[in-house]
Write a protein of this length. Structure first.
Lengths: 259, 262
């Protein structure tokens, strides 16, 4: 069975942490398919295991039950077909912008490396900042560099762990447009973990709603609207209401906690 | 605007001279008011004259170059072995378990405490002097390298594993640069320790040339200006060394140095 490149599939995945000899379930029977080329957001309260799920997809965590398949093959560890952008830009402060973008490009020779680096710095709109250091960049610019670094490796799927979480509201809206532009341009799968409902609807083909303790997938909502999306349209509002409804009921058993 | 900035900078620079000038005035006052005999507290003028005379004498420069050479060799030996040792203990928990307790025990022995033992083993030669300085340089760099390696942010290590870095690449590209500020702090402290112990090495293990020798000679001849010029020379040279190492730190650690300026 051949799978289109850029497909990531999670099958019957469960994971628990051991705390004082008790097994604490983190993820419970997760089944989800990220089709090639799609933009999918995972949204959920804190502690719903979405970051753990992302780490499993990345290959940083291989201790779980069930299956995580990249292009039909079991994920055994990190690989260059999966890129990641963290919430903190995680640029190395002692490297310049271009050195940071070149971080994962050791396999290329000097010339090819320069080409790829320049291309991606241009792609995220930072030409002219090649030899700047991270400390000289704004939060939004630093996150652009982080995105360039991830894309430079030509991943089939880009995982985004609350990538805009630490930006101010206006920069955030701007960066959402940027992410959409990059996604349309690169035509790769993107999976984004976020807390922001508007952001999820604005960017995603599907929004995966997770609930907490243990993390389960509660609902997957399709966002059929055409792009670019209008945040003020009635369709947008309806989808937003639908998602928010899930969250109001989201703390399902409020009394269970009170007792 | 620019003029204001220049004035501000000049003021900042001038302010660092205020305290030395006050000290000088107090010194002048004590010596000219006759609170102490001029043999015990020579006037600043007398010391300055001694300095001028020393500058025309070859011995003075032989003393300085002997001391500098001693410190440099001792510092290089001590800091390079200390760096490697700290790196080893930082990278390997096993190495830490094996060596750390002994290291921390031996570290408690004050530098001066080593002198009798080392002299008995090696005699009154250049080797024990350099050895003492090396030991002094060894500790700070070991501790700081170890600490720097251990405090590399977990996030950076994770980033390296995402990009499939092997151990060698991890050390060279992540751990060493991340630990660099600590390592530089260690180097600065090591140099300071080497310089500080130099006097003890030269005074307790007598030698023909050295600033310590000059100070010791001044004491024996009851030549206070000679003692004081020796002390001032040690202080000034140490100060110059600190400035050099700070400049060096700024050059090798460009990214973060720039961040701190703005």
């Amino acid at each position: 069975m051949s799978v289109e490149k850029g497909t990531l599939e999670i099958k019957n995945l469960s994971k628990s942490f051991k705390v004082d000899n008790n097994l604490l379930p983190i993820l419970n029977n997760i089944n989800i398919k990220f089709p090639a080329g799609a933009f999918i957001s995972i949204i959920g309260g804190s502690g719903c295991g979405k970051t753990t799920l992302l780490r499993i997809m990345l290959g940083l965590d291989t201790n779980y039950e069930g299956e995580a398949l990249m292009d039909g093959e079991r994920i055994e560890g990190p690989g260059s077909n999966r890129g990641i952008v963290f919430q903190d830009h995680r640029l190395l402060p002692w490297l310049t912008v271009e050195e940071n973008v070149a971080f994962g490009l050791d396999k290329l020779n000097r010339k090819a490396k320069k080409l790829v680096v320049d291309e991606h710095i241009k792609l995220v709109g930072l030409s002219g900042f090649e030899s700047a250091y991270p400390s000289q960049l704004s939060g939004g610019m630093a996150q652009r560099v982080a995105i360039a670094r991830a894309l430079a490796n030509k991943p089939e799927i880009l995982l985004l762990d609350e990538p805009l979480g630490s930006l101010d509201a206006l920069t955030r809206i701007h960066m959402q447009k940027e992410l959409e532009r990059l996604w349309l341009l690169e035509k790769i799968t993107m999976v984004m973990v976020t807390h922001d409902v508007d952001e999820a609807i604005y960017l995603s083909d599907k929004v995966v709603i997770m609930s907490s303790r243990p993390g389960v997938i509660k609902k997957i909502i399709d966002v059929p609207s055409s792009r670019p999306r209008d945040r003020a349209s009635s369709e947008f509002m309806q989808i937003k209401a639908e998602i928010l409804k899930e969250f109001h009921l989201g703390t399902e058993y409020p009394f269970a906690y009170a007792i | 605007m620019k003029k204001k900035l220049i004035i501000k900078q000049t003021k900042a620079r001038l302010s660092s001279f205020i305290f030395p000038i006050v000290l000088l005035l107090v010194w002048q006052f004590i010596s000219s008011a006759g609170y102490a005999s001029s043999a015990v507290v020579p006037s600043p003028n007398k010391v300055l004259k001694t300095f001028q005379i020393l500058l025309t004498e070859q011995t003075f420069f032989l003393n300085i170059s002997a001391s500098l050479k001693r410190v440099m060799i001792g510092f290089l030996i001590g800091s390079s072995t200390g760096f490697l040792f700290g790196l080893l203990m930082g990278l390997s928990r096993t190495a830490e378990k094996i060596f750390a307790p002994s290291f921390h025990t031996v570290r408690q022995v004050p530098m001066i405490g080593w002198i009798p033992l080392i002299v008995m083993w090696f005699g009154m030669t250049e080797l024990p002097r350099i050895l003492i300085i090396s030991i002094a340089a060894f500790y700070p760099i070991t501790l700081n390298t170890f600490d720097g390696v251990r405090s590399v942010p977990r996030e950076y290590l994770e980033l390296a594993s995402v990009y499939g870095y092997n151990r060698f690449k991890l050390i060279r590209r992540i751990i060493l640069p991340a630990a660099l500020p600590s390592i530089i702090t260690g180097l600065t402290l090591s140099l300071g320790m080497s310089w500080a112990i130099l006097m003890a090495a030269e005074i307790f293990i007598q030698t023909e040339f050295g600033i310590g020798t000059q100070i010791q000679m001044g004491r024996q001849r009851f030549n206070m200006p000679l003692v004081i010029t020796g002390i001032l020379t040690v202080g000034l040279l140490g100060f110059v060394m600190t400035i050099i190492i700070e400049k060096f730190a700024r050059i090798v650690d460009r990214g973060r140095a720039i961040g701190n300026e703005t």
